[in-house]
Design a protein around this ligand. Structure first.
Ligand SMILES: [Zn+2]
Length: 101
């Protein structure tokens, strides 16, 4: 069951969804972009931050959900990941069928 007692972090509020959590690598707080060791702003959030954000995302939205970048910004699809897996499985099946024929 998703946790309800905490206010839900908004994964779509920032330039990168990972920014919803603090960064374990460069210690920047939630909402603040990662910096490189030189203190220059990084172009991508650190991998450790991504992992942390992933875990939180799955805890809140479940393993079937995904977050997708659209022209309107990030959108959370409650079944996006499940749909992607199903699509990939189908593609594999088709490739297998083609290889056998
Ligand atoms: Zn960082």
């Amino acid at each position: 069951m998703p946790r309800q007692e905490i206010s839900q972090p908004d994964f779509t509020a920032h330039k990168f969804p990972q920014m919803v959590v603090h960064c374990p690598s460069c210690k920047k707080p939630a909402g603040v972009m990662c910096v490189r060791p030189s203190e220059h702003q990084a172009t991508q959030p650190h991998a450790a931050r991504g992992k942390l954000a992933d875990e939180l995302f799955i805890e809140i939205y479940g393993p079937d959900a995904s977050i997708d970048l659209t022209p309107q910004g990030y959108v959370i699809d409650p079944t996006g990941y499940a749909k992607r897996l199903a699509r990939e499985a189908k593609e594999c099946e088709q490739e297998g069928a083609e290889a056998r024929s």
